[in-house]
Design a protein around this ligand. Sequence first.
Ligand code: FES
Length: 107
Amino acid sequence: MISKTLVVNGMTKTLLVNPEDSLADVLRGQLLLTSVKVGCGTGQCGACNVIIDGKLVRTCTLKMKRVQDNAAVITLEGIGTPEHLHPLQMAWMYHGGAQCGFCTPGF
Ligand code: FES
C-alpha cells in the first residue's frame, strides 16, 4: 500500500491505495465517485475519462503508482450543479446527446 494525496473536485484527499489498482477503481471504490464508469477496461471506450491537471485521462488503465501526488482530478461530480449546469451539460440536454447514459460521464 502507498499513500497518495489527490485534489479531487477541489477537495484534498489523502488515500491509502494499492499501487497496482487503477485510478478508476479508487475513484469509484474509495471515493464513491460513481460517475466514473468502467466499460471496456482497456483504454478504448472513454467511459472512465476524467480530467487530471487539465488533461483528459482514461482512468481504467492508469495505475495508482503512476498518479502524481497532488494531482488535480475532476470527475463529472465536480462539473456544474443540479441548479447551475455546466454549459457542456446544457448542450448535451439540448441536443439529446446522452444516448443510454452509461458512457455520458466520460464524454
Ligand atoms: S473503461 Fe473504456 S477506456 Fe476506460
